[in-house]
Design a protein around this ligand. Sequence first.
Ligand code: FES
Length: 201
Amino acid sequence: MSERDREPTSSSQATGDDGGERSTTDASNQPRDPSRRRALSIGVGVLGGGLAAVPLIPALGYLVYPLSNTITSAGDDFIEVGGRAQFGPTVPIKVDLFADRKDAWSVTRQVKIGSCWVLEREGELKAFSTVCPHLGCAIDFDAEASVFRCPCHRSEFDLDGAPAFGPSPRALDTLEIKQESELVAIRYRRFRQNIREKVEV
Ligand code: FES
C-alpha cells in the first residue's frame, strides 16, 4: 500500500489533509490535553468561588468592624487624678489617666489611656502629656537636673515645658486641667507629632 492510500487512524491525526497545524481539540472543541483541561477547570472554579464570595464581603466587614475600631477615650470628660495638695512647684508628679474601652459588643472599665506630668507653676497647675512631641516616646523627669527628658533622641524641656535641647519641634503638649474643691481633673488628648504646631488628633 502506498503512502497516499493509507487512511488516518483516529481524530488525533497530527497533520490536516492540507498540511496545516496540528489539531489540539476533538470534535466537541474541548482541549484534549488533560493538564490543560484540569487547569481550565481550576480556573473556572476559582472564578466562580470569587464571584460567589463578593456578596459576603460587606457582611464580613460588618462583623470585623468592631474589632478594628475599638474606642478607648474619655471623650470630653475630665478625669479625676486626686487631691490638689500633692502637686508642688519643683517636682512634677506623674499621673495615669483611665477611661472605659468600648467596642460594639463590650465595655472594659477603666483602661489606661495615657499619662501626664502635673506640677504647679506660678500658682497655677499645669499638666504636660508624657508623649514626646518629636516622635512619641515617653517623657521622663530628671529630678537631679530638674528637666524633662526624652530618652529616644535626647530632647529636653524645662519645668514650664519649653524645649531646651534636642529635635523636638515644639514645647511639651499641655492638657486642660481644672480644680473643683480640692480635687484635680484632667482632659486627656493626643496631638500630632513632629510638627511645630500643636494639633489634636
Ligand atoms: S521621640 Fe522624643 S526626642 Fe525623639
